[in-house]
Design a protein around this ligand. Structure first.
Ligand SMILES: CC[C@H](C(=O)O)C(=O)SCCNC(=O)CCNC(=O)[C@H](O)C(C)(C)COP(=O)(O)OP(=O)(O)OC[C@H]1O[C@@H](n2cnc3c(N)ncnc32)[C@H](O)[C@@H]1OP(=O)(O)O
Length: 252
């Protein structure tokens, strides 16, 4: 089976993790979850990797969130929770990854795609790309724990606005919310990365540990699990199933 994530190790110390389903705007399916989980485990153990850079294949999308065609068959709260909690575990692993992580948002980051970007330590975006926690338009909420992480990273008022209005913003606007750290060109993220990569892994890892310790003390994982349960309840609603049907019928 073809892999859906490409991995590129660079001698400068970063590992690029490239979601490689451009024909589906790099949507997350079960295979991508499995591959991302094992990549994170291997990269954490690899002393040659000082930083992860997550990005999308192609020029159109970083990640368009959950694969609506693959997940449309999930109907009940229990069925939804099984998938949502699986990706929620992986999102937490990404958030607490023991070395710096950077999302280079090369294209649209929609729904769970924004949750994945949120779980990274830094978010650099190409000018004009579209970002949006659109889950509300589908009758659900963030399903992988991304709202709990977002509330750790930007002011609560800004986070609630992004989540509750569920609209799509350009990268420049998202920067105003504090969600995007820098607007960069094609490889502009490398300059940002190189400022960190010049330091020892031990320094970078020690600072990340300070942040992870804070999240462990404040029960971030438990808050993500509660968030996922809320999404699973909404997943079973008629409003959600109708919204997914509308999306999939538009594409026929
Ligand atoms: C599972 C829950 C999860 C969470 O919140 O935790 C979620 O993420 S819910 C899902 C949220 N995501 C969406 O609603 C995004 C839906 N997609 C779009 O809005 C657009 O496709 C966009 C903005 C990402 C890109 O628009 P663009 O015009 O560039 O492309 P197309 O819309 O023409 O799409 C091309 C092609 O990709 C397929 N596609 C795109 N997104 C998804 C997706 N999330 N799941 C499955 N398939 C997706 C789309 O159907 C087209 O396929 P084609 O066969 O060519 O018709």
């Amino acid at each position: 089976m073809n892999r859906v994530i490409k991995v590129e190790k660079d001698l400068r110390g970063f590992m690029k993790v490239i979601f490689n389903r451009p024909e589906k705007r790099n949507a997350v399916n079960y295979q991508l979850m499995d591959e991302l989980e094992s990549i994170l485990a291997e990269a954490a153990r690899d002393d040659e990797v000082k930083m992860l850079v997550l990005t999308g294949a192609g020029t159109k999308a970083f990640c368009s969130g959950g694969d609506l065609s693959e997940f449309q068959d999930l109907y009940t709260e229990e069925e939804a929770f099984t998938m949502l909690s699986r990706m929620g575990e992986i999102l937490y692993t990404l958030a607490v990854f023991p070395k710096p992580t950077l999302a280079y948002i090369n294209g649209s980051a929609i729904g769970g795609g924004c949750e994945i970007a949120t779980a990274c330590d830094f978010r650099l975006a190409k000018s004009g790309v579209k970002l949006g926690f659109v889950q509300g338009t589908l009758g659900i909420t963030t399903g992988w724990g991304g709202a709990s992480i977002l509330l750790e990273k930007i002011p609560g008022q800004k986070a609630l606005k992004l989540l509750m209005d569920a609209s799509i913003h350009k990268a420049e606007e998202a920067q105003g919310f504090g969600f995007v750290d820098e607007i960069v060109g094609e490889e502009g993220w490398e300059g940002f990365a190189e400022k960190l990569l010049r330091h020892e892994t031990g320094v970078l890892a020690a600072y990340k540990k300070v942040l992870v310790n804070k999240w462990q003390a404040s029960g971030l994982k438990g808050r993500m699990e509660a968030e996922i349960h809320e999404c699973a309840k909404l997943w079973a609603s008629d409003a959600h199933h109708a919204a997914v049907r509308r999306f999939l019928s538009m594409k026929k």
